[in-house]
Design a protein around this ligand. Sequence first.
Ligand code: BG6
Length: 510
Amino acid sequence: MSIDPGFHDVPRMETLQACRIDIPRPCCLVIFGASGDLTRQKLIPAVYRLFRQKFLPPGFFILGVGRTEMDSERFRELLHGEIPPDCNGDCWYEFAALLHYRTVSYGAPESFRSNIAGVLPPLEQSAGTGGNRIFYLATPPGVYEDIISSLRLAGLAGGSDSSVKIVVEKPFGSDLESARRLNAIILEVFRENQVYRIDHYLAKETVQNILMFRFANSLFEPLWNRRYIDHVQITAAESIGIERRAGYFEQAGVLRDMFQNHMFQLLALTAMEPPSLFTANRVRDEKAKVLQSVRPVPLDRLDEHVVTGQYGRGTVNGMEVKGYREEEGTAPGSSTPTYAALKLWIDNWRWNGVPFYLRSGKRLKSRRTEIAITFRPVPHMMFSRDMSGRIEPNALILRVQPGEGITMEIQAKNPGSRMCLMPVNLDFTYPRDVALSDYERVLLDCMEGDQMLFVREDGVDLSWALLTPVIEALEKFPSARALPDYEAGSEGPAAAAALPARDGRRWRPL
Ligand code: BG6
């Protein structure tokens, strides 16, 4: 069944009439960690928005499970209090009727038998979900193994039935070995086509647009290579700090938190070859090839390729904020990096000699995620008799957030009698109201059985294989620079400028 999401109301979107959102088959969503932050802040608001927009299948219901003792009524009250203002609670009570809760102990299969396996069939029968189940792990990763084993022992998983799916949140392991172990545990019980490893960046509207933009326009692909592109900068700058996640972030640091997943996925989408078909496995095959082609960072010349840093006190958006080491739950002398910049090379025909600079950090001057493709300068300066100075090269900026859209920076003649150029922007900005949020998108896709926006086993493996030696080397030989080394509200550590500067380039300002 399909419904038109209403694009016809949006100016200049006439050609999108082909975009349809399919209403998935009836199913139930079993959320582990149902009383936790992720469920309250991300999952339930996203499901509620889908419900309000009538994108959920008929018969859909949620069984929340967790260690916290409570009944379904208390669960509904708890979630009602968390519905964000932009969600508008107008049909909350109708939605609340779809929510159920049971207490389980993750390591105790008998509690799964009585409180999940014993509870689901009558609910499923009256809802008509036909056994379509999604198990969503929204717990800390430390209990994934217990949950998966209890699911198996309680007879809730196993076999190759693609009507049963499992969604696994990040972090997916903390290094190559732990990620492989987790993959092995999951794949002992589920098949790859039942496994949905989330990277919510893939579900952002503009991240999905990278492939559309590249492969649905004949204009750009011929230029998308070493002949025309000078370098690529991928930035995920955040103005927020670690919020209340010190326990996790102290262990993770920015490389595990942002690079292994989001940054490497952006890199893969930017650099991949066109797949012959736009299907989950063909796209993921091409992304895997990019990660296979990334040259391992030379550990004996780490400082030429990696810079990390940590924020100190400062002012962000006019507010005085604490330094990382003063955040609740961090160690006083912590050396956990909150900023990292990485220079990578992709050893293949398309990208040979084109550096990819990646940077991400917390408490930076502004929140900005973008992919900036800088083209080579014009080969000959024929205007040099009339004009001094250099011509800024063209750049194409894929703005992931905020201000989702695309900017093409070009040169044009400045109007007037004198011969001079001025930079101008060709700009496309997405209308705000057409997008599904990232969690709405991943939930819908999972219900539909579309794995395109989820990371396959090899994607996780390859990115950890690249990053683990770098993280281990950085932890073993920490930089001699005193921490903190950048002020909150700044552009990051001064040392990061050296990364592109060594190649005669510079970061785009934040
Ligand atoms: C998460 C990281 O995966 O992504 C967070 O754990 C980070 O540290 C967040 O803040 C950024 O996501 P977004 O969607 O706000 O850019």
